[in-house]
Design a protein around this ligand. Structure first.
Ligand code: MG
Length: 290
């Protein structure tokens, strides 16, 4: 295994099993790497409060925090820590109210379109900082596991077909883009099968910010960076998984690893290593000993 100077990773399903799982295990493996000057980047769709209950800064020694960064909320926030170990916003992409209302309206228009033409019901979560979540499987509760579950892709495709919608998840992404245009916004839609997410940024915006402002500034090369996730796989043709958005023009020369166990449906430059969170933890341990 190569030695890396910058490690980007997804949180739910890659670093921890779910939000109620203990975080001590992964944090204990992160601390010595941070202490050695390795840059760690948590790239997640969630908020700071949902990572270690918002207490990450209190679990890691102050001198290590300067090497830890978080790219959260699908491109909404890029966070770091100051010398006193306080969380600081390095940059953000939270839309103003006018833009926000256009995103909300576009999501509602998708809801109305599916209901009117297909009698297909959705729920919408409006409270995310810069995007809406359109729930495509309203009867299904993921409980604490807020990531793609087994057979969800089949379930949502079946549900769409039952309602006469034959264009699948790729069709819904296109629909979201079209309806965005009608509302004068360039929606970048993504989906994890249960949710169609409609926003103006993605994990790729977090990655690009850190590639420019941390990786390049510290003279770290692409070949010294790696990315870990559990949702790189294509959900269907033309429908990349949420972690695949970490592959951008600035990061494409880096190494990518998927711990989900999927091997055939991954983007070309992603290596399927399987092994779930334990595989990622083992990788962190191995890095320390190189
Ligand atoms: Mg994940």
């Amino acid at each position: 295994m190569k030695k890396y100077k910058a490690i980007f990773f997804d949180w739910d399903g890659t670093a921890v099993l779910n939000r109620r799982s203990p975080v001590d295990n992964v944090i204990s493996k992160m601390i010595p790497l941070l202490d050695k000057g390795i840059k760690l980047f948590i790239i997640s769709g969630t908020t700071y409060e949902n990572i270690a209950g918002g207490s990450l800064h209190s679990l890691i020694p102050v001198n290590c925090l300067k090497n830890l960064y978080l790219g959260l909320g699908r491109g909404a926030f890029n966070l770091g820590f100051n010398d006193s170990g306080e969380l600081i916003v390095l940059s953000g992409a939270v839309p103003d109210i006018e833009m926000r209302l256009r995103i909300d309206k576009a999501a509602f228009d998708v809801h109305k379109y599916l209901l009117k033409h297909y009698n297909f019901r959705t729920d919408i979560v409006f409270s995310r900082p810069n995007y809406c979540k359109v729930d495509l499987m309203v009867g299904m509760d993921r409980e604490d596991k807020l990531y793609l579950q087994n057979d969800e892709i089949g379930k949502v495709q079946d549900l769409l077909l039952i309602h006469g919608y034959t264009d699948g998840l790729a069709g819904l992404l296109e629909l979201a883009r079209e309806i965005g245009k009608q509302n004068d916004i360039d929606i970048i839609p993504t989906t994890d099968a249960k949710y169609l997410e409609m926003g103006i940024t993605t994990k790729g915006d977090n990655v690009n910010y850190f590639m420019q402002h941390v990786v390049e500034k510290n003279s770290i090369t692409s070949s010294e960076c790696c990315f870990w996730g559990d949702e790189f796989r294509f959900l269907a043709e033309g429908v990349p998984g949420s972690d695949a958005y970490m592959i951008t023009s600035l990061s494409s020369g880096c190494d990518f690893f998927d711990v989900s166990g999927e091997t055939t449906l991954l983007p070309d430059n992603v290596m399927g290593v399987g092994g779930s969170i334990e595989r990622f933890h083992k990788f962190l341990e191995q890095q320390l000993n190189l």
